[in-house]
Design a protein around this ligand. Sequence first.
Ligand code: FMN
Length: 161
Amino acid sequence: MSVDRDPELFREVFGRFATGVAVITSAGPAGAGGMTANAICSLSLDPPLVLACFENEARTLPIVRDSGRFGLSVLASDQLHLAGVFASKVPESEKLDGVAHSFEHGVPILGGALAWAVCELRELIAGGDHTIGIGDVVAIGLGEGKPLLWYAGRYHAGWSA
Ligand SMILES: Cc1cc2nc3c(=O)[nH]c(=O)nc-3n(C[C@H](O)[C@H](O)[C@H](O)COP(=O)(O)O)c2cc1C
């Protein structure tokens, strides 16, 4: 099947690659913001690098570009509501309102996250309608809980091996 003619099939095929759910945050001269993301992965151990993919229209992207850093908060299964908030288009300046967070290396990290990382932006690479951000990991930490999962276009909270 031609991918060009069937973008739905493209979505379905890659939607079967189950992932966790994270919130990418940043804070800069224009304020703080963040977005729900699952297109993130560890890229290199030495040096420690991660990559994250931003829709070109994502309002979080210029904040990351301007600040030169971003945070990753991996969501726990009891943080489904946060996935909704950060996937929404509420004003960027309001996304963190009422959401417990602390600042690590100048980047907001969500309270209760299953794990987190702070990255210094190393490179932005064009990738079609997305932009790939590569970051040097400068701080990491672990929280408690079970993961929130994304599979076949839906959130899943239960999991077992
Ligand atoms: C489960 C899930 C995963 C997502 N993953 C990404 C992603 O990896 N990259 C991206 O740019 N948008 C992703 N999105 C969409 C953004 O969260 C959404 O466009 C958001 O409104 C962007 O916020 P912003 O414009 O405030 O930056 C995802 C949404 C959901 C629900």
